[in-house]
Write a protein that binds this ligand. Structure first.
Ligand code: PMP
Length: 399
């Protein structure tokens, strides 16, 4: 018998070698208690959370929690069925209404996760013989959507509009083309030049899909994302998003003005062949989305936090993923995995949780300490965070 798990031996060995140096496993941290969007108890210690994607801090919002509790009481704990059978309750429809209001768009379709939204929409739109043109640093769910649909994948250099144009011009004029972009790329926290890219797509007859997972709720005057900020929201065909970041719960969605969009509900397998989200989750999501429409002050504070952390880390001598703060993600570049893991642990011992990101999730084989800020972090917490980076960085020789 061939052991089908033996292909993972190199990874098992790498992990064993790393753990033998005494570092804790960075991928199995337990939140023993969660006190707020920014503080939890980990390993018995009060820890500031700086790696949660909880950008707008909605997880503990009173209205959000009350809406979830009420829906749990009114509708029970789950739907036990697909959206197209018994799994559409009024909270699912209301959540789709909230998304239509938030984006001012005609159609909204909720999926069980953002991963499934990309998987479903991309695989259903682009099939055999069609082309998906994507940024090489696209999220795994985008690549998996291409594989599931069996489309031809054409990748271009990260955030390079010229490379996108060259690729598009080489494809057959009559072929179906979907260009998939992200507003904010989650590894380095950098923003895409969407204005230029969307213009190029239109000039070359390609449909466009933008994943705004890391910008919804924060970027743009109304929090509609980078498409809003760069004035191209009316020019994109599909926006994908998630409830697992700014919205503060779980779920994914696609919004669109395409007149034929509703047919997707019958032909999109990751929508049809899975159970719908619990109504309590839908109620928390719609309450959160409607509050995010009027959260300009929180957005302004989150920008202050992001800029302050970026400047502080740069002044301490850390190498960062972007020349200035472009989003709520600030990535600290570590020289290698070993140093990254040591620094991650030193920060945790100081009382700070960040994400350790490593290849293959990261571009160019980088090891990153990814910091994601929250609108609920106080300015004092950001000062504390900088103090912890200074202490840990000196302790492990990273600065
Ligand atoms: N798209 C992007 C760009 C993401 O970063 C993520 C999750 N990190 C997803 C989609 C998937 O979202 P979800 O957690 O809802 O599955």
């Amino acid at each position: 018998m061939t052991d089908l798990l033996s292909k993972f031996d190199p990874l098992i060995e790498e992990r064993e070698t790393l753990l033998a140096t005494g570092v804790k496993d960075p991928f199995s941290l337990v939140m023993e208690e969660v006190l707020s969007p920014t503080v939890a108890i980990c390993n018995g210690r009060e820890t500031i959370l700086l790696g949660t994607y909880n950008y707008m801090g909605m997880t503990f919002d009173d209205d959000v929690r009350q809406a979830g509790l009420k829906a749990l009481e009114d509708f029970g704990s789950g739907t036990t069925g697909s959206r197209v059978l018994n799994g559409t309750y009024s909270p699912h429809k209301d959540c789709e209404e909230a998304l239509k209001e938030f984006y001012a768009m005609d159609h909204a379709m909720v999926f069980s996760t953002g991963y499934q939204a990309n998987l479903g929409i991309i695989s259903t739109l682009a099939g055999k013989g069609d082309y998906v043109i994507l940024d090489i640093d696209s999220h795994a769910s985008i690549y998996d959507g291409c594989a599931m649909g069996n489309a031809e994948i054409v990748a271009f250099r990260h955030n390079d509009a010229e490379a996108l144009e060259k690729r598009l011009k080489r494809l057959p004029a009559e072929a179906g083309k979907l260009v998939v972009l992200e507003g904010v790329y989650s590894m380095l926290g950098d923003v895409a030049p969407l204005k230029e890219m969307i213009r190029i797509c239109k000039e070359n007859g390609a449909m466009t899909l933008v994943d705004e997972a890391h910008s919804m709720g924060f970027i743009g005057e109304n929090g509609r994302g980078v498409v809003e900020d760069q004035g191209v929201i009316d020019d994109v065909d599909f926006i994908i998003g998630t409830f697992s970041k700014s919205v503060g719960t779980v779920g994914g969605f696609c919004v669109s003005n395409h007149p034929k969009f509703e047919i997707m509900r019958l032909v999109c397998r990751p929508y049809v062949f899975t159970a719908s989200l619990p109504p309590s989750v839908m109620a928390t999501a719609s309450t959160s989305i409607r509050k995010l429409m009027h959260s300009g002050n929180k957005r302004a504070h989150l920008w202050e936090n992001s800029k302050k952390l970026h400047k502080g880390l740069r002044d301490l001598g850390f190498e960062l993923g972007t020349p200035e703060a472009q989003s709520a993600i600030i990535a600290v570049i570590m020289p290698n995995l070993e140093k990254g893991a040591m620094m991650w642990q030193a920060l945790l011992e100081e009382g700070l949780y960040v994400n350790l990101a490593r290849p293959p999730a990261t571009p160019a084989n980088m090891t990153l300490l990814r910091c994601s800020l929250c609108a609920e972090h106080t300015s004092e917490q950001v000062d504390q965070i900088l103090g912890m980076f200074e202490a840990a960085g000196k302790a492990v020789g990273a600065i």
